[in-house]
Design a protein. Sequence first.
Length: 310
Amino acid sequence: MTSLKVSRGKDGRPMTVISSDDLPLHKFDILKKHNMLSCEKLLTLTIYDLVEKTGLNLDDVNDILKIASTKLSPPILPIKDSVKSQVGLSFGSPNLDQAFLPLLYPGTILELWGEAASGKTQLALQLCASLHPNFSSAYISTEGPIPSGRLMELHRCRTISPTSTPKCEVQQCTTLEALTDCIYRQLPLLASSSPLKLVILDSVAAPFRCAEVEGGGVRRAQVIRSLGQQLKYLAVNHDLVVVTVNQATSVPEVGLAPALGLTWSYVVNARLHLVDVGEPGRRVVTVDKSSVLKTGTSSVTCSLKNTGII
């Protein structure tokens, strides 16, 4: 079995590296000499690039790539462990739970996207309000004050105790610098010191729309990818569900699409699309991306009420 060692790159982002326990010492020394211990870096190179750079043969390079791939792959759990790990998580609606509960799987990132007033924030608050009292959540808002009054209202609709309050840490981050500090410094500390089960980021696109990223589009894509990888790292290593709220943007020849483009789309594991169908209080929620539910076929019509999206 390979050992797991996590280091950090120059930008502070976690890296998974191959250790001396994984390979014969002479092969490990070759990788170390060429600064190729990062699993992420190894998997961005072709087999023939690695042969040329290291002088190893094809069989050795293939073995190294298999080890790197295994280290970065999430563990496969038995069904009973998978079900157990989801205890305490709920959309707060029997209809939504029946259709989409498999998407609330620890170690993954779920995205809620749609146009303004489609119910994205309502559903995000509902997830926090429905969390089991043994666990806590974190709500990061990038667009303004957090609607804590609405969170309390939704929570009281879902608890038998009228004095109960949700265990939810809130943080307002209206700049990219504040969001970066929260995700890289504050959130890891919170995850290590509390029974954190759920993280909400509402919304992921706002800081990038409000500020220019020095270095242009390439640097902007790097920052987006780095933040996403940090969220994924926290989700996997602390057994969390990360839910991001994303805005809709108009794309030529495509129509409406989630903001931040392909760079961000590769980060999320699943997407739910919320649509206002034009009837008062009616919303349609559809699976837009998933590896466990068939995309485009799982659709639920909901009602937006005082008690939430039901």
